[in-house]
Design a binder for this molecule. Sequence first.
Ligand SMILES: Cc1cc2nc3c(=O)[nH]c(=O)nc-3n(C[C@H](O)[C@H](O)[C@H](O)COP(=O)(O)OP(=O)(O)OC[C@H]3O[C@@H](n4cnc5c(N)ncnc54)[C@H](O)[C@@H]3O)c2cc1C
Length: 596
Amino acid sequence: MAAQRRVASLTRQLTSAPAELEGFDAVSTVTDVVGSTESGFDPRSLYEFITRDNVQLRDTAMEFMQDDLYKPNYYQSLMDFREQTLQRLQKYVDQRFFKTMDYLKDPRRFMAGLEVLALCDYSLAIKAGVHFTLCGGTICKLGTAKHHAKYLPGLDSLELPGCFGMTELGHGSNVLGIETQAVYDKETGEFVIHTPSDTASKFWIGGSAQHGKVCTVFAQLTVNGKWEGPHVFVVRIRDDQGKLTHGVRIRDNGPKMGLNGVDNGQIWFEHVRIPRDALLNRFADVAEDGTYSSPFPTVGQRFGVTVGGLTTGRMLIAGGGIDASKIGVCIAIAYACQRPQFGSRYIMEYLTHQRRLLPALATCYAMHFTLCTLKDIAFTAKPNAKAVHVLSSGLKAAATWNRVEILQDCRECCGGQGFSAENKIGPMKTDFDVDTTFEGDNTVLMQQVAKALLESAAKSRTKLQRPDLRPEEALTPSSIQELLQFRQDALVAQIGGEMQRAAASSSGKAAAAASTAAFDANLDLVVALGAAFYLAHNALSRPHFQAVRLFVNENCSRLSSNGGETLLRLCAGFGIPDHLIQAPIAFDWRCIGKDL
Ligand SMILES: Cc1cc2nc3c(=O)[nH]c(=O)nc-3n(C[C@H](O)[C@H](O)[C@H](O)COP(=O)(O)OP(=O)(O)OC[C@H]3O[C@@H](n4cnc5c(N)ncnc54)[C@H](O)[C@@H]3O)c2cc1C
């Protein structure tokens, strides 16, 4: 059968879902629901099984994006792309798939409504994310009823495009160190927002260069001469006609290496006066007479609750990275299953290709399930805020670093075709590249994860257990878990030991400083030991590695057999429709250019 007919017939099979599988029992195993990989399985049921929430909303939103406005156009200018991104967002917002208040009331729906946008275009997803999650979510979470009544209707309709002003030219990862000032003037009952130096200018503020009208601004609050730490204020940066408000100056950040549909800007505030009500006062307030109050007595605690609301945004960035990886893998596998090279052999049949793409496919599923679990932990009645912070930080870093590797592999696996913009992987590589940096730089986030692990290890003081596995056991799920746990425990013990030894020679503040210095001096260990860790720690021997290699190769070959049917079904299980996959090579590469 000709390659194109085979793919077309397979695509038909993959997209038809048997009605009897609707409403499956959520506690069933994947095999119960979708059938085994050997017997063939239904990708639609797999999609519904792994999606967990808002399947109908996602389907409707994805279908909506069949509209011509959402088709890619790689020829347009930067300014046209920004305009198109705004129009795309407006049309999407007009469908009312979710409301800003869902951030608090129905966070799964809120996330679902935003997650599908990353499948279409990352500029659209980020423009929406800044508006709804960073600006809207901050107003929901840190604001009170008066703020919700005043701002949410305009945010819901996009009449009031929102920005999020946290980062400054001189202060990115260290948010506590920002310089922007907010001084309370009790004579007039206003706050005065001021940028005291150029390094204090807000930088990279999404949506601010052209479209933003309102901005949630992070500033150091001073009341009656006393510094109270960073607080968030809602500041009008443009009036209803789009003219900059008095005292606000904005410079366009200009062209970027990707994500050019978003208008990022740099903002200065020249003694901008805003009403007392502009302080988002859920966790701290200033009375008319200048009395400051907060249930959190220290600057550190107040800062914790102020930035604690950023976890939903971080989860969305993780999800975007996972979804970009899924699209890359879907394109590369679909192409590899129909692209012969050196005779009639399809490139998917080469072991090297399998070893590049199958771990990527497996990683997409693993990351997807991890995000589902994180949502379960985060969206309970009383979530453990610290656990959510640490897990979302770790997952965001892992998902986006994996995305970097996966998209590069997918690009190379498509050969020259991978380099063509219309095949989507290249533009995704540049658009998504910033996800390792924004919403928390990955390296800085990983330090926070490491610190949390060190703290919990110091409390539990469990003895290090080296796994004792026979070579053939090395890849069972329980042994993999045992090995990963050992790796984590051994690294923590090593760094923790260095910190304890450093602290032992001094006391008080000096001991804490020595311990911190030892932590800093060992940061490279986590990365450097990662690669050869199991051999270096005698947890696995050469026979183990040989057994693992054979196991992986055999499974790659088994899963890639029969024209890659199982792989194509697993890709289709992500539920990404053709019009969002977009890349011509994912369908029939022989037809490229035929329309001319
Ligand atoms: C396209 C884009 C859009 C953005 N949108 C917004 C927005 O809408 N609103 C907003 O407020 N911000 C926004 N940001 C800013 C973003 O959140 C910051 O860039 C990010 O927090 C990193 O800060 P930085 O750029 O100052 O880097 P830095 O913090 O200076 O980091 C630079 C390097 O130093 C390393 N480093 C820093 N501190 C440490 C440490 N303690 N130990 C070890 N290494 C360290 C980092 O790993 C990194 O490699 C955006 C950024 C970009 C690029």
